[in-house]
Ligand binder design. Structure first.
Ligand code: SF4
Ligand code: SF4
Length: 163
């Protein structure tokens, strides 16, 4: 049950201010986005219409602390189908960005950021992998991609998620 006593009236306005969140107010709740979402097909606890509805109602904590927010695969099927022309996937992204800025970054994402920072990849390459590539005649690649750490440094991502 939704308890509007805990609603934050500024929540939707804060999302609208994020890049990609602009179209939020145009949603009339038709559910076309949810009907076309492949993630929802696999797990019906994920529901983009519900995320947008709860955001419009100001249910900040429910939306930002939900692990389902992070399941969006960014396939844009919802954006293609929305009769209101809302860039639904971008709205979900705006909510995710706001979640990170507000201290709701999930632990799994922090682990992924650390991996990327250390090696530039989510999957660290071992000598074994490089030898295997060589045996298969694949081109040489660097074990570490240093540019990723440099991007993290210039965007101050670790300072942002620590807030
Ligand atoms: S398809 Fe568009 S208008 Fe319909 S519920 Fe989803 S975001 Fe809202
Ligand atoms: S972009 Fe996200 S919300 Fe939209 S259809 Fe794809 S997985 Fe579902």
């Amino acid at each position: 049950m939704i308890d509007l006593k805990n609603a934050d009236i500024n929540f939707k306005w804060n999302i609208i201010k994020q890049e990609g969140g602009e179209g939020l107010l145009k949603c009339f709740g038709c559910s076309d986005c949810s009907a076309s979402c492949p993630v929802r097909y696999l797990d019906d606890r994920y529901n983009p219409r519900k995320i947008i509805r709860l955001t419009l109602l100001g249910m900040k904590n429910e939306v930002l602390s939900s692990p389902f927010l992070w399941l969006c695969a960014h396939c844009h099927a919802c954006t293609e189908r929305c009769p209101q022309g809302i860039r639904v996937a971008e709205v979900i992204n705006a909510i995710k960005n706001y979640a990170v800025k507000s201290g709701y970054c999930p632990e799994g994402l922090k682990v992924q950021l650390n991996l990327l920072n250390n090696s530039g990849r989510l999957y660290e390459l071992e000598d074994f992998d490089l030898r295997k590539r060589q045996r298969m005649g694949l081109p040489e690649i660097a074990k570490k991609i240093a540019d990723v750490a440099r991007i993290f440094q210039s965007t101050k991502i670790f300072e942002r998620i620590a807030k």
